[in-house]
Write a protein that binds this ligand. Structure first.
Ligand code: SF4
Length: 67
């Protein structure tokens, strides 16, 4: 089993989540095309432990079902 449960998962989900909102204080938009480091941990909906929008599990389930 790879170490996929922590940072990697936050990145995978963050990059696939339509509700991702940059939590950066300067309000700078993430540039997905440039491959910036998008992750739940950089999302304004992430409280440090969980997604306050309850989107995390939904996105993860969708990703799993898409294989
Ligand atoms: S914290 Fe929630 S809303 Fe933000 S990218 Fe992750 S799953 Fe989506």
């Amino acid at each position: 089993m790879m170490d996929y449960d922590n940072d990697g998962q936050l990145t995978v989900v963050g990059q696939s989540c339509r509700k991702f909102t940059s939590g950066k204080p300067d309000g700078r938009k993430y540039n997905r095309a440039a491959g910036e480091d998008i992750s739940c941990s950089g999302c304004s909906h992430w409280n440090g432990e969980a997604c306050i929008k309850n989107s995390f599990d939904n996105v993860l389930t969708r990703l799993d079902s898409e294989g």
